[in-house]
Design a protein. Structure first.
Length: 192
């Protein structure tokens, strides 16, 4: 494994365990047994490293979301379900990077945060477009406010990183299914 990748992985581990503010560059280099010069060869600052971690995470999500959206064989309901599943399974697949992505955003400088937020907005807007298209084709109710539903989906899924344990009693797939059941069918008993 190359040294840059090792720096990123060790930093993610430390940022998750200690938090960005409490982790120093010295902590990172000591854990890896390299010098600060090695760190600065790859990253100009700890904040640039955090920005790169955020961009890697959101860029991967956007790539996977694009694959879901561009599949002409699937309904909008399936595209929405696959997007929810993507958000939940990323917690299992990426673990620490997901927690750092959701928890440490506040430590990015305004220009870095702006870039990351723009990509996050694109991800949200893509969800909104799925819902709007589903409304247009009649798959979803006409009275839905697609923007509010998109925010609700992200709130529900993104908060899961705080409490969801993929090796716990509920799998990532079961959680995604429960979210979709609630989204699509609500909680009201229609039988009685």
């Amino acid at each position: 494994m190359d040294i840059k990748k090792r720096i990123v992985e060790q930093s993610i581990l430390l940022f998750e365990r200690k938090g960005f503010s409490e982790t120093s560059i010295q902590d990172v280099v000591e854990a890896l047994g390299v010098t600060k010069g090695t760190f600065y060869y790859y990253f100009s600052s700890k904040e640039q490293l955090l920005r790169d971690i955020h961009l890697m995470y959101i860029d991967d999500l956007l790539t996977l979301q694009e694959q879901i959206i561009e599949n002409p064989e699937t309904s909008y309901r399936t595209k929405l379900s696959e997007t929810v599943k993507l958000l939940v399974t990323q917690i299992k697949v990426t673990g620490r990077p997901a927690r750092v992505f959701h928890r440490e955003m506040m430590h990015l400088k305004p220009e870095s945060a702006s870039t990351v937020k723009q990509k996050r907005r694109l991800f949200r807007f893509n969800i909104q477009k799925i819902i709007e298209s589903g409304v247009e084709t009649g798959e979803f109710r006409k009275d839905l406010q697609a923007d509010l539903v998109a925010f609700a989906i992200l709130g529900m899924c993104n908060w899961s990183y705080n409490w969801f344990h993929p090796n716990g009693s509920v799998t990532d797939e079961e959680l995604a299914e429960a979210y979709m059941e609630t989204l699509l069918n609500g909680m009201v008993n229609r039988d009685g």
